[in-house]
Design a protein around this ligand. Structure first.
Ligand SMILES: NC(=O)c1ccc[n+]([C@@H]2O[C@H](COP(=O)([O-])OP(=O)(O)OC[C@H]3O[C@@H](n4cnc5c(N)ncnc54)[C@H](O)[C@@H]3O)[C@@H](O)[C@H]2O)c1
Length: 252
């Protein structure tokens, strides 16, 4: 029980990496509030409860301050405190800076970056009351290396890495650690539009070793394990760090 007595919020928890993370945290004893714009997150929470874990779903658009305030208030009311925030929710809409609509640029930064400002803004005061905590921000291999035609996404993921380091400095004295996870190509629906840039999923799979040296896609559960490490006291010496779990993409 690596997260015994811990209370966690996981964003983007209706599917993909967020759902896998919520399940993993609950397996290790955390009480988890799953949040997403998709109501199907309620089914993931129910599945966790059916398996003997403790979980609730709270629908929120994490780019909106009022929703995030309500999410934090719900968590503290339901479980009594807040120790872990795992920011997983994100969007990836391809386009060069010439092609991309301004609205898509703004939406990308609101969902991918502003959400992390908001969960920290309203979540950190609760962590301070508890004597500390762990925040995990989901970056990407694109936090470190760029990629054609992903202008807003790459810029947002670069921003997440530096926001992580900045927050780590401000709250280290409060025993609040802030770290970033940088995945490579994980098999989730976020990549559906991204696949088209390579000529479709089938084409991408034939050239997978060129894209990702381990020669396969990463499973969401593999990233959930990294999130678990950063959420737990096993990573107690780490803050302002990035764990790159990208199947070797940035080694090239
Ligand atoms: N899959 C990959 O290859 C990969 C690689 C690197 C980084 N990532 C990052 O991992 C994170 C999770 O992505 P995933 O792969 O699980 O994709 P996913 O699309 O399965 O999950 C993203 C979740 O975020 C939710 N979401 C989107 N906007 C939201 C909002 N405004 N409020 C609340 N929830 C919202 C979606 O509904 C969805 O459930 C993202 O930040 C993504 O950028 C993914």
């Amino acid at each position: 029980m690596r997260l015994a007595d811990k209370i966690a919020i996981v964003t983007g928890a209706a599917q993909g990496i967020g759902a896998a993370t919520a399940r993993r945290f609950a397996q290790e004893g955390a009480r988890v509030v799953l949040t997403d714009v998709l109501e199907s997150g309620a089914g993931v929470a129910q599945e966790i409860r059916d398996g003997g874990g403790q979980a609730e779903f709270f629908r929120a658009d994490i780019s909106k301050a009022a929703d995030v305030q309500a999410l934090v208030a719900f968590t503290v009311e339901r479980f009594g405190a807040l120790n872990i925030i795992c920011n997983v929710a994100g969007i990836n809409i391809p386009g060069s800076v010439v092609d991309l609509e301004e609205e898509i640029w703004d939406r990308t930064f609101a969902v991918n970056v502003k959400s992390m400002f908001l969960t920290a803004k309203y979540g950190i005061p609760e962590m301070q009351k508890s004597g500390g905590g762990s925040i995990i921000n989901t970056g990407s291999a694109n936090s470190l290396v760029a990629e054609p035609l992903l202008s807003a996404y790459v810029a947002s993921k670069g921003g997440i890495l530096m926001l992580t380091k900045q927050m780590a400095l401000d709250f280290a004295k409060d025993n609040i650690r802030v770290n970033c996870v940088c995945p490579g190509w994980v098999d989730t629906t976020i990549n559906d539009a991204h696949h088209d840039l390579f000529g479709g999923r089938a084409v991408l799979e034939t050239m997978i070793a060129d894209v990702q040296p381990i020669g396969r896609v990463i499973r969401p559960e593999e990233i959930a394990d990294v999130n678990l490490f950063l959420a737990s006291d096993e990573s107690s010496s780490m803050t302002g760090s990035a764990i790159v779990c990208d199947g070797g993409i940035t080694a090239k």
